[in-house]
Ligand binder design. Structure first.
Ligand SMILES: O=C(O)CCC(=O)N[C@@H](CCC(=O)O)C(=O)O
Ligand SMILES: [Zn+2]
Length: 341
């Protein structure tokens, strides 16, 4: 597709950070590439197989490794090196924040889904973007029924993690966890799973809850500036996504579930005011564990302690807005066979 506007879709999107007029082009094999908006591109193969796959990245603008990974996959498809056999929606979530090298411009996009963008009276570009991303995901999934719907929302974490690659399995409302999806993640190097404890306003929960997609927030490593990521650390995920995209009936080889480290959320620490502080160092890695009784955080009169069993911290961040999650406390658990399908 040399000489096309799609030569560098990421650059094109970043030069129109909030809006881009739709256009379409053809792939060498006759498939259609439809640009729906800045950062949003749908691939309609001539004869799509049975999966409808959403791949999102850059929902936080400074999480560059997943953006680079998705750009590589997209370029491989556009050049004809990677045949695209599944319907595929690429979402480069927040081009304006990418341009700033920042997590967000005004508000955390990953707290604005499932209608949260419309609650409260604050209107900003991230709220408008969340509303439009919801519509694009809806348009993509609703255009056919009976397929396997997948959504991998790729992120990197602010701090190092004791388990470098992990995924958040959105709250399932009691539905079983998917063995196939756990196998896919594990084969892609994501061998630690965190089971969410309730509904959230994240992108992955939106796709899982509203469209019945197998959807995950996937943390692939630590935040680095553009150009400074070591692609070899993401190779397992990249190869597995290539197989998923390129081979119509591909299934990941099964894994022994015992190979997967599983945690469940036991408490959510929500910042109440500017007095909020943690009682541990800024330097602790994700999954750092605290003995029972440890004072974890304080906000005025309110205190949070580690409870009866050893609890580990994930995503501690004192700089979130008031009323937002400042950390998740998690504990190791097991997935009994009756919770798996
Ligand atoms: O490292 C951090 O503190 C944040 C990394 C990140 O962006 N994580 C996601 C997790 C979303 C989920 O809980 O599914 C987020 O905070 O939006
Ligand atoms: Zn993120």
């Amino acid at each position: 597709m040399n000489g096309s506007r799609l030569d560098d879709f990421l650059t094109l999107s970043r030069s129109h950070p909030w809006e881009l007029a739709p256009f379409s082009e053809s792939l060498p094999d006759g498939g259609q590439v439809q640009v729906w908006d800045t950062g949003v591109l749908c691939i309609e193969p001539v004869a799509p197989a049975g999966r409808d796959l959403v791949l999102s990245c850059g929902i936080h603008g400074n999480e560059t490794a997943p953006i680079e990974l998705c750009a590589r996959l997209l370029n491989a498809i556009l050049s004809g090196r990677l045949p695209c056999r599944q319907r595929l929606l690429f979402i480069f979530g927040n081009p304006a924040a990418m341009n700033l090298g920042a997590r967000e411009v005004e508000e955390n996009l990953n707290r604005l889904f499932s209608g949260a963008h419309a609650r409260g009276d604050k209107t900003n570009k991230e709220r408008q973007r969340a509303a439009r991303l919801e519509q694009y995901v809806e348009r993509f999934y609703r255009s056919r029924e009976g397929t396997e719907r997948l959504h991998y929302d790729l992120h990197t974490a602010i701090r190092p993690s004791a388990y470098e690659k992990f995924a958040i399995y959105p709250f399932t409302h009691g539905a079983p966890y998917s063995r196939n999806q756990l196998a896919f993640l594990c084969r892609a190097g994501v061998d630690t799973i965190l089971l969410a404890h309730g509904p959230t306003t994240t992108f992955s929960y939106f796709s899982a809850h509203v469209f019945g997609a197998h959807a995950f927030t996937v943390e692939l490593g630590k935040v680095m500036p553009f150009g400074q990521n070591d692609a070899s650390r993401f190779a397992a995920m990249e190869r597995n996504l290539e197989q998923l995209i390129g081979e119509p009936d591909w299934q990941p080889a099964p894994v022994d579930i015992k190979q997967i480290r599983v945690f469940r959320v036991c408490q959510e620490i929500v910042k109440q005011s500017e007095q909020f502080c943690f009682h541990f160092s800024e330097k602790v890695a994700n999954f750092h564990a605290f003995p029972p009784g440890t004072l974890l955080a304080e906000d005025g009169e309110r205190q949070w302690f580690a409870h009866e069993q050893e609890e580990a911290v994930v995503f501690p961040n004192v700089r979130v807005a008031n009323q937002q999650r400042a950390a998740l406390m998690v504990m190791a658990t097991e997935l009994p066979p009756e919770m798996l399908a």
